[in-house]
Design a protein. Structure first.
Length: 110
């Protein structure tokens, strides 16, 4: 993982206080402390490991158990999803500064 992109994830958590729910191949190995996912993020400099709540099921849009009415949330992915809250990334560049800024804007202004 690119440490500069991982720092952007840290910046999102620091500036918004958000929680993270993972839908990725990484979720299959677990996302709790000691998992390969979190260990890899931490080795790349991710300090906000505590902000990872859990993971979705097999369906990427299966996050209803994590979102409450009135919550402000975004889906961040390099694939198109039929949701208004999508922030689309490029799979070649990932969580760039401009994508990070957009996520922070959406999470802080609704």
């Amino acid at each position: 993982m690119d440490p500069s992109l991982v720092r952007n994830l840290d910046r999102i958590v620091a500036q918004t206080g958000c929680w993270i729910v993972v839908h990725s191949g990484w979720r299959l190995g677990g996302v709790k402390p000691g998992s390969v996912f979190l260990d890899t993020l931490q080795k790349a400099g991710f300090g906000a490991w505590w902000s990872v709540l859990g993971a979705t099921g097999a369906n990427a849009l299966d996050f209803s158990g994590w979102v409450r009415v009135g919550d402000i949330w975004v889906v961040v992915d390099d694939q198109d999803w039929d949701v208004d809250n999508l922030v689309k990334t490029d799979d070649a560049t990932g969580l760039t500064d401009s994508v990070t800024d957009l996520i922070i804007q959406r999470l802080t202004t609704g």
